[in-house]
Unconditional design. Structure first.
Length: 485
């Protein structure tokens, strides 16, 4: 029977079918998982072949294959027309499926493929899935990779990355550097057959899990070997990792990459709503000897037991006249913060802190009738810096000009705009020194330091275009900054 469509129309129809990516079948399987209360799966993960469902803890990739497109031998009915096209097409699909499965297994993943027709028997499908989930994740590393050997490999890794950086291959953001660490360590570990995950859990600790070894990657564009690290609670720590190391990329000053043992590099706890370690490569003041326990012992403690050490550490660091702020009603579970009033700070520190909060929270440019727009920046100042401030620091007349200047006598107009003009230079500096983690937390993603002001203006222009008096921050702010245009 001749095709009822023209060749062009048929191509459009088939392209539309292919673009659905088997969504109906995937949604049916997802409904089965929810009905059976099976959790721990994600969709849309960036792994080879884009598995339909991924169970990260079990290292299991699940594909729900359509019977036609993947060549089911029982239900794939080939079209009678254009056989010269369809037969090779389905063969290529099956070959790609095989290649993807092999690639995933080589990276330490297990693969489960479920045929579309098998979804007619949910009990059998779920039973098969349960058997796969019950198996422990594969461990393909060789026992001969001991601590001494791994540390030698870390030395080779850092030497290679340092040579690259000093030869011109530098980085301006943490993610590209972290991916490069993965690429090089994968090459160095090739003979040990240890898989390297290039799509880890976004909150996983450490960043790179290599069997019983783990690498936490730190990065800075400044000339320092010190950085904020992970939460002291380590909620997403991999249970398989016994030995954790830091690989630190420093792009400021003379670029370099160094490594250190994690427990020897932790040297401080930054007290905030989620207390976080600070690390420094080569520190002479490691934290855990101050606690009187080892890092291994600390990691075995419950959250409440860890907080006992954190609170004592915070108290011991208080200076005369300083106090502690309880963020929760129960002192047994609360975190103590060292708090200072904003009004008692030196002017330079006030400008610096206003700049940081204004940069991270462009919503302050919004309508003056929005009384909640200052909640997030004020909470940031309290939780991250221990500074108690009021909304006036962003918009009051005292914030729009320095005392004694002609501008300080101006009344009315857009106070927020004038206040931001006062701290333009401080905001540019903050864009370069604030850690990437803050932008990921408050902006949703990180940006290169040189492009952060430009991104801030783009967001501020949208946020300020509301209310009875909309305005456009990019028409007034950072006019002489080339990187903002």
């Amino acid at each position: 029977m001749p095709d009822v469509f023209t060749k062009t129309k048929r191509s459009q129809v088939m392209a539309a079918i292919r673009s659905t990516r088997n969504q109906a079948t995937e949604l049916k399987f997802a409904a089965m998982l929810r009905a059976a209360r099976i959790t721990g799966w994600r969709r849309g993960q960036r792994l080879p072949g884009r598995p339909d469902f991924v169970f990260r803890l079990a290292r299991l990739a699940v594909f729900v294959d359509g019977c036609f497109w993947h060549g089911c031998r029982w239900h794939c009915r080939m079209p009678k027309s254009r056989g010269a096209y369809w037969n090779p097409k389905i063969r290529r699909n099956r070959l790609r499926d095989s290649t993807v499965s092999t690639l995933l297994r080589n990276q330490g993943w297990r693969v489960l493929r479920i045929w579309e027709h098998s979804l007619r028997s949910p009990a059998a499908v779920l039973s098969k899935l349960d058997r796969h989930l019950a198996k422990p994740p594969p461990k393909r590393y060789k026992a001969c990779l001991n601590v001494e050997t791994f540390e030698k490999l870390l030395g080779e890794l850092c030497d290679r990355l340092t040579d690259e950086c000093r030869s011109g291959r530098t980085y301006d953001a943490s993610k590209p550097f972290e991916n490069r660490v993965r690429q090089v360590i994968k090459t160095l570990l090739g003979r040990f057959k240890i898989p390297v995950d290039f799509s880890p859990h976004p909150y996983g600790f450490p960043d790179i899990v290599l069997g019983q070894f783990g690498i936490e990657v730190k990065f800075t564009v400044h000339d320092t070997w010190r950085s904020v690290a992970n939460s002291v609670f380590e909620s997403f720590r991999s249970k398989d990792v016994k030995h954790i190391y830091i690989v630190f990329g420093k792009m400021g000053g003379e670029p370099g990459v160094r490594w250190g043992r994690y427990e020897e590099s932790v040297m401080h706890v930054r007290t905030s709503h989620v207390p976080r370690f600070e690390v420094e490569i080569g520190t002479t003041r490691p934290l855990f000897p101050k606690f009187g326990i080892t890092y291994e012992q600390f990691s075995a403690l419950s959250a409440d037991e860890r907080m006992t050490y954190i609170r004592k550490y915070a108290r011991d660091r208080l200076k005369g006249g300083e106090g502690l702020w309880w963020l929760e009603s129960s002192p047994e579970k609360a975190l103590e913060l060292q708090v200072r009033p904003f009004s008692q700070l030196e002017e330079a520190e006030q400008l610096k802190l206003r700049a940081e909060a204004s940069l991270l929270f462009p919503q302050i440019v919004g309508s003056s009738h929005n009384r909640t727009k200052y909640v997030a920046p004020l909470t940031f100042l309290l939780s991250y810096h221990g500074i108690l401030a009021a909304r006036d620091i962003f918009s009051a007349g005292s914030a729009t000009a320095r005392p004694g200047t002609p501008e300080s006598k101006i009344r009315g107009g857009n106070h927020v705009r004038r206040a931001l003009q006062v701290i333009e230079n401080q905001m540019v500096k903050a864009a370069h020194y604030l850690p990437s983690e803050l932008f990921v937390t408050y902006w949703g993603s990180d940006f290169a330091p040189d492009s952060r002001i430009k991104e801030w203006l783009a967001r501020a222009d949208v946020l300020a275009n509301v209310g009875a008096k909309p305005w456009k921050p990019s028409d007034y702010l950072f006019k002489d900054l080339p990187e903002a245009r």
